[in-house]
Design a protein around this ligand. Structure first.
Ligand code: AMP
Length: 468
């Protein structure tokens, strides 16, 4: 009997033997599923004691911890709305979210809050929820303009959790290596829900540390990571076939996985990384297959029940999606919400891509990253793919910056070493003139956010006056 509350669905996957571990941490005692459940029930009592009502927001800005997970589950149990905030946000940034979301409680010390609940009797109630009731608000990491709060319901998160659990073949025999942050959908919903639904243990790391991850991999079967995890592992000689001999699946997402990383990882470990595509507004949308060909550069097929189409009537265009896991709108922004849905109910993702006749999706960038130079459309990804194959180039980011003649001029920022004129000359042979970067800048490291996404807005700012 499901209450419609996401917590009930997740708990239905917990192992019958609640002594089995939920969390394994290096250098600390395991936390069992029973411990997790009891702590969540006590913490639910603490939230109720703090007068948090169903539908109220519970904001949390803390470092990653098991206690943060406990608070997430407690929030679900009482029917409140979870609002995680990146620990890196400054007080003034946080103030914006607090003013916007008006949480009933703002927790900045997860350990303290959960410790304070230890004396309370576990509250057995699980607030009944309908699929349309809000479970979480995830603020998008918008680097320009106001950050928007994507509203995700119990029904949306449940649908996605069930689809992923099935698609990726999770079972109680799995051990999930969890090294992702949990203020973002990837570590919070995708990873935790798969583990809970299968009742499997997680190797729990509070941050990505190569040594700890390599050690954890030797005791795990599945890892979910952002592309940076994979490039950092590849740079470590400790990554060998032996270290990953128990692994059955490596999953990547949140940012594009370089084809070179996919190939190098296969050569080194024998594993073809499974790439999937998702976002705060819909959790996971497409995935490469568990059984069947995983193709580097493609993000795979729509999950069952999800409709993916290309808008605009051309082969390449903005990806539009509809399905059970798509968010219900941006918190207190009905106008923005209306603008970002089509008349027939598809969410306009802002990602540009194309689809093969067999339904495989390929992403070629963000619509707002499109460069228009001298009246021609330039898709950065096309240039980045060629650049990334050049000697000395680790990774590249192509941007448009104001240009007196062309409107925008194409600029490549390259992580690696090389010589500008020589590299431009090399590209001339492979790209039309209007696509060839007019300038190439070499840097030690491209700016990335916590999920490994290259922050093009920062690059456009830094190099905005290159042609001034
Ligand atoms: P966020 O809401 O922070 O999770 O960011 C979502 C965005 O990440 C998407 O709209 C895509 O632009 C990007 N993204 C996620 N997964 C992939 C992927 N596998 N390949 C390329 N881009 C991705």
């Amino acid at each position: 009997a499901m209450s419609g509350n996401l917590f009930s669905l997740l708990a239905s996957g917990f192992p019958a033997d609640r002594n089995r571990p939920a969390f394994r941490q290096p250098g600390a005692a395991d936390v069992s599923y029973g411990d997790l459940e009891t702590l969540a029930a006590r913490t639910a009592a603490a939230l109720r004691a703090a007068r948090v009502q169903p539908g109220d927001r519970v904001a949390l800005q803390v470092e990653k911890s098991i206690e943060a997970v406990v608070i997430y589950l407690a929030t679900l149990r009482i029917g409140a709305v979870f609002l995680p905030l990146n620990a890196a946000y400054t007080p003034s940034e946080v103030q914006y979210f607090l003013d916007d979301a008006k949480p009933a409680i703002f927790i900045q010390d997860a350990q303290g809050f959960v410790a304070g609940a230890r004396d309370l009797a576990p509250d057995p109630r699980i607030e009944p929820r309908t699929p349309g009731d809000l479970a979480a608000i995830i603020y998008t990491s918008g680097t320009t303009g106001r950050s928007k709060g994507a509203m995700l319901t119990h029904g949306a998160l449940a649908a996605n959790a069930l689809a992923l659990h099935e698609a990726w073949g999770f079972s109680p025999d799995d051990v999930l290596l969890h090294a992702l942050p949990i203020f973002h959908v990837h570590g919070l919903f995708v990873a935790l829900h798969c583990a809970f639904l299968s009742g499997c243990p997680m190797v729990w790391l509070n941050r990505f540390d190569e040594t700890a991850v390599l050690e954890g991999l030797s005791r795990s079967t599945v890892m979910m990571g952002v592309p940076t995890f994979y490039s950092r592992l590849l740079a470590n000689p400790g990554l060998t076939r032996e270290t990953v001999s128990h692994m059955r699946l490596f999953i990547s997402g949140s940012a594009p996985l370089l084809e070179s990383a996919f190939d190098a990882f296969e050569t080194r470990t024998g594993h073809r990384i499974l790439e999937r595509y998702g976002m705060s507004e819909a959790v996971i949308i497409t995935t490469n297959p568990l059984d069947g060909e995983r193709i580097a550069g493609s993000v795979g097929f729509a999950l069952p029940g999800v409709d993916v189409r290309i808008g605009g009537g051309e082969a390449t265009g903005v990806i539009e999606i509809r399905g059970p896991s798509v968010f219900t709108g941006y918190w207190r922004m009905p106008e923005r919400t209306r603008e970002e849905f089509t008349a027939d109910g598809y969410f306009i993702t802002g990602d540009v891509g194309r689809m093969d006749p067999d339904g495989r999706l390929w992403i070629s960038g963000r619509a707002k990253d499109l460069i228009i130079s001298g009246g021609y459309n330039v898709y950065p990804k096309e240039i980045e793919l060629i650049l990334d194959e050049q000697p000395g180039v680790r990774e590249s980011a192509v941007i448009g910056v104001p240009h007196p003649d062309f409107g925008e001029g194409v600029v490549a920022v390259v992580e690696g070493q090389g010589e500008e004129t020589e590299l431009i000359a090399r590209l001339r042979g492979q790209l039309a003139g209007y696509k060839t970067p007019k300038r190439i800048v070499f840097v030690d490291a491209l700016p990335r956010n916590a999920m490994g996404k290259i922050q093009k807005a920062l690059l456009r700012q830094a190099y905005g006056d290159l042609f001034a």
